[in-house]
Write a protein that binds this ligand. Structure first.
Ligand code: ADP
Ligand code: MG
Length: 602
């Protein structure tokens, strides 16, 4: 399309504007970046560069080599509801571009100081616009390459209430990188580069191969393991159609969070519980409970079978024929796994443990022995307890549960001696004590035990660490690598031995003792992912909590009697046994009294 036949930017009629899902477009730096990058994609850019300083709060710059804005339309682009992408209400039902509301530039200019430079191919010079307080302050021209550059500074400077809701600059920078990573996966033919505070956080090559985009985002080893996914379905009667293409990981590649599940619908990165579920269903029984597959699934439906106008930040969409889409995705992934030769019959997720170890489906025996953590009849080591632990939520669990007809769940500070009665549903331990019955969440309890041990070791200045026989070069995703770099001191304190390299990899020399015996590179990646997911956690030591969570037994792990006893004994030794590091309860207590009352004995 040449510039002369490209639609002009015009203000939408009030009727059309009123039909657009209203709401806050700009919540944080990542939303500014996402809108600007979507504009660049709509402009047909093949190279997009994003720079953010101070998490994007100080400065955001997005530069593209797209078709640019004709000089006489630059001012219009900043009008509210001004767009070149939508004309009539009718167009709303078949949107083919990422933008369509004409709100982004206006909203960004209202929230930050904006400078835009844009040159179309036909123009000798670029148009330059300067906006202050949401108003056009100066319009001029300058020499520049074809394409558009938008710079936004001091986001929310005039809106202190909004600024208070922002997280740390590092967290905001991460959110920026994550949202661009998602777009890089949706647009493998476009080369993206994200620089945060002078450091390249992400660089995708733009080869058009989704595998190359995955390699840029999640590392070459992840990309190499993926198998192609594809399926098409059409219902002649209703005209419903869906095409699915992408890449999916083998079950052995499971991860601790859904951050590796990427969904794209008609070029939009979306979040959809339903579609995520369709993918995870294909892995049911193949990966351990609480773990998630790696996949990039790109869905294409006719433009009139998807409603993109549901959510102000366009994160959600509605499929007109959701069941067909669901079935196509589930099918595609299932076939890909079948074709890759992995066994599709459910495998047991945990093998019966032996006296001196526990074995998960996919990993070497966990380090539950030798460290006096779970295995063995030794009493758990007494832990010297950090005084900060005193701020942990105190002795009563579930305040609503203590009132009314519910049995009491009063809990003292330390645990009495517990007698193990067994395991329920591979998730809970049942125990009795002189004061009644205890139900213990095995994962939360083990997390608490490990958390206190890790903190005690850290405090003692000698983190419990186990050197690897041979250093391992560990490829990381761009996000993991920047977290590893930023938190290297913290990681060392916990027992990791890592040296940085030039690229998105580290050299792994030692692992925290709690993780000894595991696949070390996988454990590091997981720990980083978890630290990332727990960014919001305040109070307890986030990195230690993530490590404990990573190392703890999971719901679904079978524990033999000896292991059950050892875990409860270790919990008895904890200073704050009643909550996990995240503040969730580790146990329920039913006093004898409560039992008697519940059964009408009193
Ligand atoms: P929308 O994307 O919903 O149309 P925006 O406020 O984001 O609204 O942008 C307004 C208009 O400015 C767009 O419709 C487009 O014509 C133009 N525009 C914005 N950014 C760019 C860009 N990077 N390259 C070319 N044109 C752009
Ligand atoms: Mg836009």
């Amino acid at each position: 399309m040449t510039n002369s036949d490209r639609p002009r930017i015009t203000v939408l009629s009030p009727e059309v504007a009123a039909r657009i899902a209203a709401g806050e477009v700009i919540e944080r730096p990542a939303s500014v970046v996402k809108e600007l990058v979507e504009n660049a994609l709509d402009a047909g850019a093949s190279h997009i560069e994003v720079e953010v300083d101070g998490g994007g709060i100080d400065r955001i710059r997005v530069r593209d080599d797209g078709h640019g804005i004709p000089p006489e339309q630059v001012a219009d682009a900043f009008e509210r509801h001004a767009t070149s992408k939508l004309r009539s209400e009718h167009d709303l039902f078949a949107v083919r571009t990422l933008g369509f509301r004409g709100e982004a530039l206006a909203s960004i200019a209202a929230a930050a100081d904006v400078d835009l430079t844009s040159r179309t191919d036909g123009q000798q010079a670029a148009a330059v616009a300067r906006l202050r307080d949401g108003r056009l302050d100066r319009l001029g021209s300058a020499a520049a390459a074809p394409g558009t550059t938008v710079e936004a500074r001091d986001l929310f400077a005039a809106l202190p209430a909004r600024r208070r809701f922002l997280r740390t600059p590092r967290a905001e920078a991460r959110a920026v990188t994550d949202s661009i990573a998602a777009l890089a996966l949706a647009y493998p033919e476009v080369a993206f580069r994200v620089v945060t505070d002078g450091r390249v956080a992400l660089a995708s090559p733009g080869t058009g191969d989704p595998g190359d985009a995955i390699a840029a985002v999640h590392g070459a080893d992840v990309a190499a393991a993926l198998v192609p996914v594809s399926a098409t379905r059409r219902d002649e009667e209703t005209g419903a159609a869906a095409e699915v293409a992408g890449l999916a990981g083998p079950p052995s590649l499971h991860r601790g969070s859904r951050a590796y599940l990427h969904l794209v619908a008609n070029g939009r990165t979306i979040s959809s519980r339903t579609i995520a579920y369709a993918i995870e269903q294909a892995y049911a029984g193949l990966i351990p409970a609480g773990r998630h597959p790696v996949a990039l699934v790109r869905i294409t439906v006719p433009p009139d079978q998807i409603d993109v106008n549901v959510h102000p930040t366009k994160a959600e969409v509605r499929f007109r024929h959701e069941r067909l889409v669901y079935a196509t995705v589930a099918d595609a992934v299932r076939q890909a796994l079948a074709g890759s030769g992995v066994p599709l019959a459910p495998t047991p997720l945990a093998l019966p443990g032996s006296l001196d170890g526990w074995r998960g489906a996919d990993e070497a025996p966990r380090a539950l022995d030798g460290r006096g953590v779970i295995a063995g009849a030794r009493p758990a080591p007494m832990i010297v307890v950090p005084s900060e632990a005193a701020h942990e939520p105190s002795s009563t669990v579930g305040s609503e549960a203590t009132s009314g007809e519910q049995p009491e769940m009063s809990i003292g500070a330390r645990l009495p001696m517990l007698r193990t009665l067994g395991q329920v549903d591979r998730a809970y331990l049942v125990a009795e004590a002189p004061d009644g019955l205890y139900l213990v969440d095995q994962h939360a309890a083990h997390e608490r035990v490990l958390y206190e041990q890790v903190l005690a070791a850290k405090r003692s200045g000698t983190p419990a660490s186990q050197p690897l026989l041979e250093a391992v070069v560990t490829p990381l995703s761009a996000a993991q690598a920047s977290l590893a770099l930023a938190e290297s001191a913290v990681l060392v304190d916990l027992g990791w031995g890592i040296d940085p390299t030039d690229g998105a990899a580290v050299i792994l020399r030692a692992v925290p003792a709690a993780l000894a015996g595991r696949d070390a590179p996988a454990a590091l990646r997981d720990h980083l992912d978890r630290m990332d997911a727990e960014e919001r956690l305040t109070g307890p030591d986030r990195a230690a909590a993530s490590l404990a969570c990573r190392a703890a037994v999971m719901a679904g792990d079978r524990l033999d009697e000896e292991q059950q006893r050892a875990l409860l004994r270790a919990l008895e030794g904890c200073e704050t046994p009643h909550t996990c590091p995240h503040g969730r309860p580790t146990m329920l207590h039913l006093s004898r009294d409560a039992l008697d009352r519940s059964f009408g004995r009193r």
